[in-house]
Design a protein around this ligand. Sequence first.
Ligand code: PLP
Ligand code: COI
Length: 359
Amino acid sequence: MRFVFDPHSSPVPAEDRAERILDPGFGRVFTDHMAILRWSDAKGWHDGRIRAREPLTLDPATAVLHYAQEIFEGLKAYRLDDGGTALFRADANARRFRDSARRLAMPELPEELFAQSIEALVKADADWFPAIEGGSLYLRPFMIASEVFLGVKPAGEYLYMVIASAAGSYWKGGARAISLWVSHDYTRAGPGGTGAAKCGGNYATSLVAQSEAIRRGCDQAVFLDAVEHRWIEELGGMNIFFVFDDGGIQTPPLTGTILPGITRDSILTLARDEGLSVREELYSIDQWRADAASGRLVESFACGTAAVVTPIGKVTGPDYEFTIGSGATGQTTARFLSALTAIQHGRAPDPRGWLKRLS
Ligand code: PLP
Ligand code: COI
């Protein structure tokens, strides 16, 4: 199985492309091509192509439009200092994509096909890397139920696609400490639900809390658990870490209601390598407030592929507000950001082989 390359007949002219990738922000500047692969009960995976990126034509009764049988991934390709390109832990994304597929009753894409689709697309659109600090090519593999049928059942046909976009900082105005709104009314995922899968539905249900966060003057919503409304889980699109005055770090455990982030896992690994005390344990909103007030908690940060490592400066709830440390980037947060990005750009030793060089 290979992805046949059908080059775009009229790609974006070089001058126009250069202008678009000068300050791309996040999620708006797309490349010339996309990967596409079909699955059906009868044929399995077939008809893989890298072809011109263009709108899809879908019948209004296409299953995904009604029952949200959809999953996705997010990973980045990096331009290395020597001009080469590389992927960071794409094998972990391929595994998580299979896990998400299983949870949503979708066919599991073999990891080899996931890798082929990504690598072929990066090769086709290698001119789209933004030449800015922290710039990357953000890759968005996704799969939708494409069968035309309104009965509620796992679809018999699927479309797998990958699109790519030139990416700078996820945050408007560049990297800075963000503020969080604690969502006490809306939860994101419950036990037995889809919190550990990367499916579009999780994000749809997070948006009302995110809108509330913006209304309250905050950057992001942070969710509490759905049973006791006490334990901190994660943000809409990022995991969360806490740093204590003894140098130890803590993050919520993977109990099925949060996404097992690859950045989260990478930071835990780097921290253990450093000999830090590392806990994957529940942490309550009340304890967070008390520890921030007493000075036991010195830093907090969010992390994910899009957000990388982002300091949290201020936290607001319905009737409380607290600042973390000085409200700016703390030392441990800065150290993890720099250690992680050094590996991703090929500037640091990579003993675990997280970086896969493509060119
Ligand atoms: N949690 C959620 C809900 C996410 O959407 C993401 C982003 O992918 C993460 C955590 C971080 O995951 P990763 O580090 O694999 O990007
Ligand atoms: C990512 O970090 O890749 C995400 O998917 C988070 C967000 C952009 C949805």
